[in-house]
Design a protein around this ligand. Structure first.
Ligand SMILES: NC(=O)c1ccc[n+]([C@@H]2O[C@H](COP(=O)([O-])OP(=O)(O)OC[C@H]3O[C@@H](n4cnc5c(N)ncnc54)[C@H](O)[C@@H]3O)[C@@H](O)[C@H]2O)c1
Length: 304
């Protein structure tokens, strides 16, 4: 039986564990050749000396699939370039980039250190941009050389980035940036045959249940029936977005959890009032009150 992404060459970053691992296995099961990237970081980004990507590759090969390990840091410029090069050198090209790698260093903004801010925005925001940039340059060159390109980028945002999340200001800002970069890249890369979408997943991984507590309890697997918080539930949408079928879908953000797929509707022009002249600050109060009365109430910030 042929798979949905038969023969397509796919990079999945952060694919040694959690959601990325589920993606890599799902891609291989649908016939893709997979570059399994993972630096083997701890939940907070610290070095562990482990290489979970090798285990994932071994699993794929044992099941009869094709996969190769890449251990580059996605947020390192030369590393991201090497990641894209690994796909081209190993499998002869690149069709799909799934940006997924990252870690957390949670803290209230008021107490957050510069290092906590820099490391988390680096791994998520730059860690999405750097592979995107090198993959896009490859596809642009292919397109300019007259070779057909039907490529995909699938980014990983988060509910924290779309709605906000108490104690995760660094992460939420990076994930909001990733949602915007998705729209941006979709518009800029359209002419090269590249579509770009993002997901905002929710699943049981060390990122969400590692610290225990109420979140871990809410995400626990049921004794029987559908395990809604299994990371494997996130991958079918990602595999479809990577397939030829999704060609006309671009610049979208999808929330995905269990069996539920939701289109996230982002920033848009809401109610407005135009005076046709410069406002006096003393006039503004009732104008803003009127506009806010007409506007949609924002979705509450997680944990607020
Ligand atoms: N689990 C959720 O509910 C949830 C919710 C929203 C968003 N996300 C996002 O989904 C993605 C996957 O998260 P997860 O829950 O599977 O976490 P996870 O910790 O299980 O997996 C993340 C993987 O990324 C790898 N990684 C970290 N830094 C890296 C780097 N610089 N280069 C290469 N690999 C690196 C880690 O080694 C790890 O294997 C993340 O972007 C996360 O922010 C997850």
């Amino acid at each position: 039986m042929s798979g949905l992404v038969d023969g397509r060459v796919v990079i999945v970053t952060g694919a040694g564990r959690g959601i990325g691992r589920a993606h890599a296995l799902a891609f291989a099961a649908e016939g893709a050749k997979v570059v399994v990237n993972d630096i083997g970081a701890g939940a907070d980004g610290s070095a562990t000396g482990e290489s979970p990507a090798e285990q994932v590759v071994a699993e794929i090969i044992a099941a009869g699939g094709q996969a190769v390990v890449n251990g580059d840091d996605v947020a390192d410029w030369a590393g991201a370039e090497n990641l894209v090069r690994t796909a081209i050198d190993t499998f002869g090209g690149l069709d799909v980039l799934v940006n997924n790698a990252g870690f957390l260093r949670d803290r209230m903004l008021v107490g957050m250190s510069e290092q906590e801010w820099d490391s988390v925005t680096r791994v998520h925001l730059k860690g999405h941009f750097a592979p995107l940039r090198h993959a896009a340059a490859y596809w642009r060159a292919e397109s300019k050389a007259g070779r057909p390109v039907d490529a995909r980028i699938i980014n990983t945002s988060s509910g924290a980035g779309l709605q906000g999340s108490i104690g995760q200001g660094n992460y939420a800002a990076a994930k909001a940036g990733i949602a915007e970069m998705t729209i941006q890249a979709a518009a800029e890369l359209k002419n090269y045959g590249v579509s770009v979408n993002a997901i905002a997943p929710a699943a049981r991984t060390r990122m969400t249940v590692g610290a225990g507590g109420a979140m871990a309890e809410a995400m626990a697997a049921p004794e029987e029936g559908f395990d809604a918080m299994a990371p494997e539930n996130i991958s079918p949408l990602v595999v479809w977005l990577a397939s030829a079928e999704s060609k006309d879908v671009t610049g979208r953000v999808f929330e995905v959890e269990g069996g539920k797929i939701t289109v996230a509707e982002g920033w848009r022009h809401g109610p407005s009032q135009d005076k046709g002249d410069r406002w006096d600050p003393k006039e503004i109060g009732p104008v803003v009150a009127d506009l806010l009365a007409k506007a949609e109430v924002p979705t509450p910030v997680y944990g607020a």
